[in-house]
Design a protein around this ligand. Structure first.
Ligand SMILES: *Cc1c(COP(=O)(O)O)cnc(C)c1O
Length: 362
């Protein structure tokens, strides 16, 4: 039987991609913010209802926005240990200090009350994660950031296309980063973006993505290279055409999971007001032993779920010294979570097979 992974990359029809890159051979202009880059940026600004800058991946988008917001070196950034390591690496690589805050058991997002208790004189920003595309408590976090005069930056790597209370989720906070990695719901092979609220950030972000070069004779800032190339942008243009249809197919599989999951496991769902993107199917077991047993049984059948996010980032060697143990909810979720396979190509029979295996191995 064919192996099933936690996700399967959505690709456009081969001919469609070939047609999209045809003119790149005519012009031989394959990077440096060419026509595909410009078009993708415009189309995404329309789709996501506001300004953004493209990057070659989500991680560099995050490092760049932390730099562009000019947070004082050595200042603290409140974040979650229940995330992909990229979130915390970006903080440290920009000379900032991560402070781990607990999450809510209900959906895995940052607990705003616990975040407030962690604010000190040295806090420069909060960096919550819309984990699995679940919207954070955006209103409370907004109020918190205003009250203390600190920046609010979201890691929205999982949240492409999610809307909350009628607005694209990436429009909350001072800025949000997206990842367009092949494993995410919308992909440019590798890729990412910073969505921002203040237009004045645009120039700084573009400088960081392209050596600070404005034109052939002007370099205005110390910048690196984090440009998205034309082949990435072309993939994005193709995938964007199919995005709604892909989400519809993901939704069908997710809905069937909801129906067939055994009552002993809890589907971790986004809260009310969310129009989801069905990026992941995270389920919580009663205990770590149950989770591990179910996971091993699936693996024996060639089904590869993932323990997103286990271990906690604060348990990895580089972060052990700053961990403390103030994140019991994150720890408990992390020990019991399993992300089941979910993609636009997952069939009803496959969902049934996975749910049957769960039932038989509880
Ligand atoms: C994927 C991911 C990133 C990094 O994005 P890349 O495009 O792979 O660099 C950052 N944060 C989270 C939560 C992610 O899942």
């Amino acid at each position: 039987m064919e192996k099933l992974y936690v996700t399967r990359t959505s690709l456009p029809p081969f001919e469609e991609y070939c047609a999209e890159i045809r003119d790149l051979w005519d012009s031989a202009l394959i990077t440096n913010m060419g026509v595909k880059h410009q078009r993708l940026q415009q189309e995404l600004e329309t789709f996501l209802e506001g300004p953004l800058t493209l990057f070659t991946n989500g991680h560099l988008a995050l490092e760049s926005v932390l730099e562009a917001l000019e947070l004082p070196k050595g200042s603290e950034v409140i974040t979650t240990p229940f995330t992909f390591v990229s979130t915390v690496h970006a903080i440290v690589r920009k000379g900032l200090v991560p402070v781990f805050c607990d999450v809510l058991e209900a959906d895995g997002t940052l607990d705003p009350e616990k975040a407030e208790a962690l604010v000190t004189e040295s806090t420069a920003a909060i960096l919550p994660v819309h984990v699995y595309g679940h919207p954070c408590r955006v209103e409370q976090l907004e109020a918190l950031s205003r009250k203390h005069g600190i920046k609010l930056i979201y890691d929205a790597a999982h949240a492409f296309g999610v809307r909350y209370k009628g607005t694209p989720l990436v429009r909350y906070g001072d800025a949000s980063i997206l990842s367009f990695h092949a494993t995410k719901v919308f992909s440019t092979i590798e890729g990412g973006a910073v969505c921002f609220a203040d237009e004045r950030l645009r120039q700084h972000l573009e400088d960081l993505a392209n050596f600070g070069i404005r034109d052939t004779e002007h370099c205005e800032r110390v910048g690196g290279n984090a440009k998205m190339n034309e082949f990435q942008a072309a993939m994005g243009l193709c995938n964007l055409r199919h995005f709604q249809e892909e989400i519809g197919r993901r939704k069908a599989a997710y809905t069937l999971y909801r129906e067939l999951l055994p009552p002993e496991v809890r589907l971790l769902e986004p809260r009310e007001g969310t129009e989801p993107n069905y990026a992941y199917c995270p389920v919580v077991f009663g205990s770590r032993e149950q989770r591990d047993k179910a996971c091993e049984a699936l693996l024996r059948q060639g089904i590869h779920p993932r323990k997103y996010f286990y271990p906690l980032v604060s348990d990895f060697p580089p972060y052990r010294s700053c961990a403390g143990d103030g994140t019991p909810a994150a720890r408990s979720l992390s020990a019991r979570i399993l992300c089941l396979p979910l993609s636009a190509s997952l069939s009803p029979a496959e969902v049934e097979r996975i749910c049957l295996s769960l039932r038989e191995n509880l």
